[in-house]
Design a protein around this ligand. Structure first.
Ligand SMILES: [Zn+2]
Length: 491
């Protein structure tokens, strides 16, 4: 933003007295451009805001429990941050225990990368590319520049609402706001800065294009799958998701970044990076529960549920969804707080805010009390529709199943499917407790005869297709492993 706007903004609010004092000190020089920014925030305020966000982030996403991996990522990040335009700012790098493919930065130097995105990267240079891009958002103060203080506060409110379980929809607010809040220009700028920091550290800035390629391919694949399963795809933010790797402007900013780079002195360090990934959880972790075929298993909750045959199973952080093949019916499964309610019927009555007597049905399964009722709900994904609610008291847990169909009368049509699934809730067997575990990344060195098709058959894992193996190893869409190539496989 230009000096002109900065001054104009100040003049406009000068009559507001105290506010003007706040703005004068906050009208800061941008670390990247060297120009004045009209940002309503000093660096101290920015750091304070970052700290507040950070606490909320760690309520939403767990920190990935692997100190060796955390300190490796932190070391790479700190080296890059030292080369950045805000070398004196204290940066914090955290690997989040999330299968989502994502990375983001908060004001004040907080940078996050998920284990989900790390699985698809293939070298330390690519990791540095992602971290450099996020550092670029921080050094250019994008979040501070783009969002007014009230927008930031509103976002924080939404995060708190989400973590309190108020509105499942709000869970995605964090992902869409921080992560999609930046426009195309800011994303390009972050890429240029990231490439520049890569170069200053001695890596080839071209690795930034490699990162874009890896993530673009991953996104195309996931998008196609999401489409086939009738759900919406929400991917990594900004440039990575909107630009092909041969984008002209991307090439231009990388070339511009090269002018600031010295000689390439650092190996991309494929082996070092991959050895860090060995044993890392892939896909759903234990706390999210794992899906095998039609069955969902959750070890900490000692629970298992089977989806109707042929339905898709979508395991999301706050909910479990089963979607019919025609996408015209869904079962939404969630855990609720029972409160003071002594019976499933009383729980449903207080949750729905109306009497459910006379129209419901008492259920029982292996000592588990349950209650079922159908009422008309104004806002379902299909509009005003009857919703079949079933609640089970499983020991201390309260499981709620809400089922709805697109067509009026669809609930009756799907009744056997829905109730079969609802009644499948049970504890894990002794065998399941030992065999159901999250998938992990393992390494395997290819020889002349190694083929992805054979690997996919030899190490079958849920959702790990031939094409996913190629994506994981930068061989998408049609390459085969080269002899001696160190491959990531999923077991
Ligand atoms: Zn970005």
């Amino acid at each position: 933003m230009s000096d002109f706007l900065c001054v104009k903004g100040l003049a406009k609010v000068a009559s507001l007295g105290l506010l003007a004092v706040f703005l004068v000190q906050a009208c800061a020089v941008n670390p990247v451009t060297g120009r004045q920014d009209f940002v309503m925030m000093s660096e101290a305020q920015e750091i304070e805001l970052g700290q507040a966000y950070h606490r909320e982030i760690l309520k939403q996403y767990a920190r990935y429990d692997d100190e060796a991996l955390q300190s490796y990522v932190n070391a790479v990040g700190q080296r890059l941050a030292k080369e950045s335009h805000r070398g004196d700012l204290k940066f914090h790098f955290t690997v989040l225990d999330s299968p989502d493919v994502n990375a983001f930065a908060l004001p004040g130097g907080y940078v996050y990368i998920t284990r989900g995105i790390m699985a698809y990267l293939n070298s330390e240079a690519e990791l540095a590319g992602v971290l450099g891009h996020e550092i670029g958002h921080v050094t250019a103060r994008h979040s501070v520049r783009q969002q007014s203080t009230s927008a930031v506060t509103g976002l924080l409110g939404a995060i708190i609402a989400a973590s309190a379980g108020i509105d499942p929809e709000a869970v995605n607010v964090l992902g869409t706001a921080i992560v999609r809040g930046y426009g195309r220009e800011h994303e390009l700028e972050a890429d240029r800065l990231g490439a520049e920091y890569l170069g200053r550290l001695g890596y080839d800035p071209e690795h930034m294009i490699g990162v874009v390629r890896v993530l673009k391919n991953q996104e195309l694949y996931e998008k196609a799958r999401a489409e086939a399963e009738g759900r919406e795809y929400t991917g990594y933010h900004g440039l990575f998701s909107t630009h092909p790797d041969n984008d002209k402007r991307l090439q231009e900013v990388i070339q511009a970044a090269k002018q600031h780079a010295g000689a390439v002195t650092q190996d991309e360090n494929e082996r070092g990076y991959k050895s860090q990934l060995e044993g890392m959880v892939f896909g759903s972790g234990e706390k999210e529960g794992v899906v095998r075929g039609q069955r969902f298993y959750h070890k900490p909750l000692n629970a298992s549920i089977t989806a109707p045959a042929g339905w898709s199973v979508l395991n999301q952080p706050q909910q479990l969804l089963f979607v019919s093949p025609e996408k015209d019916a869904l079962i939404h499964v969630s855990l609720k707080n029972r409160g003071k309610n002594k019976t499933p019927q009383a729980f449903l009555r207080s949750m729905l805010g109306r009497a459910v007597e006379g129209q419901g049905e008492t259920l029982s399964k292996a000592g588990m009390p349950g209650y079922s009722t159908t009422i008309v709900v104004e806002q379902t994904p299909f509009g005003r529709r009857p919703v079949r609610y079933v609640v089970w008291f499983k020991n201390e847990q309260t499981w709620l199943f809400a089922s709805v169909a697109k067509e009026l009368g669809g609930l009756d049509l799907y009744e056997p499917d829905i109730m079969g699934s609802v009644k499948s809730l049970r504890a894990l067997t002794a065998t399941e407790k030992t065999t159901v575990r999250p998938l992990r990344i393992q390494l395997l060195t290819a020889d002349a005869s190694t083929r992805y098709e054979a690997l996919a058959q030899k190490f079958p894992a849920h959702d790990v297709t031939v094409q996913r193996l190629r994506l994981l190893n930068s061989d998408y869409p049609d390459q085969e492993p080269e002899p001696g190539q160190q491959l990531k496989i999923i077991q």
